[in-house]
Ligand binder design. Structure first.
Ligand code: ADP
Length: 491
């Protein structure tokens, strides 16, 4: 089947979070399953530079005032090239919208670009144009299904359903990677965005007095997916639905959870070029080398027999890292060490900087984004901590499993679905792969850390747990087959 996969981010060209990792790996897995898939990407500088063999595509993109304005201001062109990994990729080359370096969503002042609504409305419009009547965006390739991701593509299903005058009926899928980001913009942009005013009401595009991009996608997509079965359930509840729970409950039959996988080309301790030594589940000795090197790199005390826990994360309340900041002293007092890599809320950045200042040799904090260091942290740590308040899927716990950094996670979303808690029954059965705690409190986190420490002091048990974690299969083949089945059901 022909699938147009529309995404605002793709690893390694443009990444702010897990969505980029998914978009860097799932398309290739789908192609390996026999799908005729092509990406559609916004033309950020790194995307334009990173695609090979760009050739112009001469189709029709008009009919939306916003797209015509972009075409008038700096040009609006579509190219077809090849993304890393050999995946065919269209790119929307609209310099007035996307020729901006750095974080795709934030301006130099650290705030959202004021025209974010317009930028992603145009991306969504171009996606819908692949289903145009008569001359489409690419006259040589017409998709059977259009699959968008997150609020940035939320208008795609709305265009397809609300503009039958412009677009041929084409099934759409929307994947929600994180319901906390919803894309709400002033209703005044409806006409500019090519959307009919009559659809602006509670049962349509309107969302708390705004034009809601994610809401529109949830309302009009033929199928909705999210990135774990538990999260698919949670987003229908008041606690996690962030205002969309009512609509998602109504659409429960169209909503499924498909777990993310891990890109084994990028995340594999047996081949990882970022590591000082490589290792495997059968022979983890290289992991000791990685631990010692990481201690050196971060200025931590050399202590091969004291556990080192790491965090690689956006530093946000959502990720529960305030809980860790509060529990960390207890962990360190009992002999644990902590390495933190992340950026985010200034208060949390300062909390972890302060911890590192107060506990030299025991806690190291690196504020920043560092792909190589994130790999070395997984390899050099005994545990990875993910105390999220909510977590759609989470990728770092999967990397932790693969690299033998046992995940200690809060029991929510994809964390609950991927980490088997080392409770007595799971230890007896040989099924455990990490640790879970339930309540979002520093006390519960500290309690679970203490229990993990007790297990760490029993090297035979710990090695068995680590071996099991490292051999779990979280590749992309299984998830790709689930998406393929979903597409087949739509065609
Ligand atoms: P989210 O998408 O909510 O940020 P995920 O766990 O799904 O969380 O994905 C986060 C991705 O970003 C992972 O690949 C993780 O390794 C990476 N990451 C987060 N912070 C950093 C950082 N400071 N440096 C390097 N990689 C990071």
């Amino acid at each position: 089947m022909r699938i147009l996969y529309v995404t605002p981010e793709v690893f390694p060209l443009l990444k702010t979070g897990g969505l980029a990792d998914v978009s860097g790996a799932l398309p290739a897995a789908l192609i390996a399953e026999g799908q005729d898939l092509r990406l559609l990407l916004p033309g950020h500088p790194n995307v334009m530079k990173g695609l090979g063999d760009l050739t112009p595509v001469r189709g029709a993109l008009g009919g939306m005032p916003g797209a015509e304005q972009a075409a008038y201001q700096g040009g609006l062109r579509l190219w077809l090239g090849t993304a890393p990994g050999g995946v065919p990729a269209y790119v929307v080359d609209a310099p007035s919208l996307f020729d901006r370096p750095g974080n795709p969503y934030l301006g130099p002042d650290g705030r959202d670009w004021p025209d974010n609504g317009g930028r992603y409305a145009v991306l969504s419009w171009v996606a819908a144009c692949f289903a145009g009547h008569g001359l489409s965006a690419d006259p040589l390739w017409r998709p059977d299904v259009i699959h968008g991701h997150d609020w940035q593509t939320g208008l795609v299903p709305a265009y397809l359903k609300l503009r039958p005058d412009r677009f041929v009926h084409t099934p759409s899928v929307l994947t929600i990677h994180n319901i906390a980001y919803q894309g709400q913009f002033p209703a005044e942009m409806l006409g500019w965005a090519g959307l009919p005013g009559w659809a602006y009401h509670m049962e349509g595009l309107e969302y708390y007095g705004t034009l809601g991009f994610l809401k529109a996608g949830c309302r009009y997509a033929d199928r909705l997916t999210t990135v774990s079965p538990s999260y698919a359930h949670e987003i229908q509840t008041d606690e996690h639905g962030m205002g969309l729970q009512g609509l998602l409950s109504v659409r429960a039959d169209a909503l499924t959870g498909i777990l993310n996988g891990v890109d084994g080309e990028v995340w594999n301790p047996e081949t990882d070029p970022h590591l000082p030594a490589r290792y495997a589940a059968d022979d983890p000795s290289g992991k000791d080398v990685c631990k010692a090197a990481l201690e050196g790199e971060l200025g931590l005390d050399h202590e091969p027999h004291a556990p080192l826990a790491c965090v690689v994360s956006r530093l946000t309340w959502h990720k529960g890292l305030d809980l860790l900041a509060a529990a960390a002293d207890d962990w360190v007092d009992r002999g644990g060490r902590l390495a933190v890599l992340g950026t985010g809320e200034p208060g949390l950045e300062e909390a972890f900087r302060d911890l590192a200042r107060r506990r030299p040799g025991r806690v190291a904090t690196r504020i920043g984004y560092d792909e190589g260091l994130s790999h070395r942290m997984m390899a050099g740590s005994d545990m990875i901590l993910v105390p999220s308040r909510s977590e759609p899927c989470g990728l770092t716990q999967l990397y932790g499993l693969r690299y033998g950094a046992l995940p200690l996670v809060r029991r929510t979303g994809g964390l609950a679905d991927t980490v088997v808690d080392a409770n007595a029954a799971a230890l007896n059965d040989g099924a455990a792969t990490g640790f879970q705690f339930a309540g979002a409190s520093a006390r519960e986190l500290a309690w679970r850390l203490r229990q993990a420490l007790a297990l760490y002091r029993r090297p035979d048990l710990w090695s068995a747990l680590r071996r099991r974690a490292m051999t779990r299969d979280f590749g992309w083949v299984g998830p790709a087959r689930e998406y393929a089945a979903l597409y087949a059901g739509l065609a």
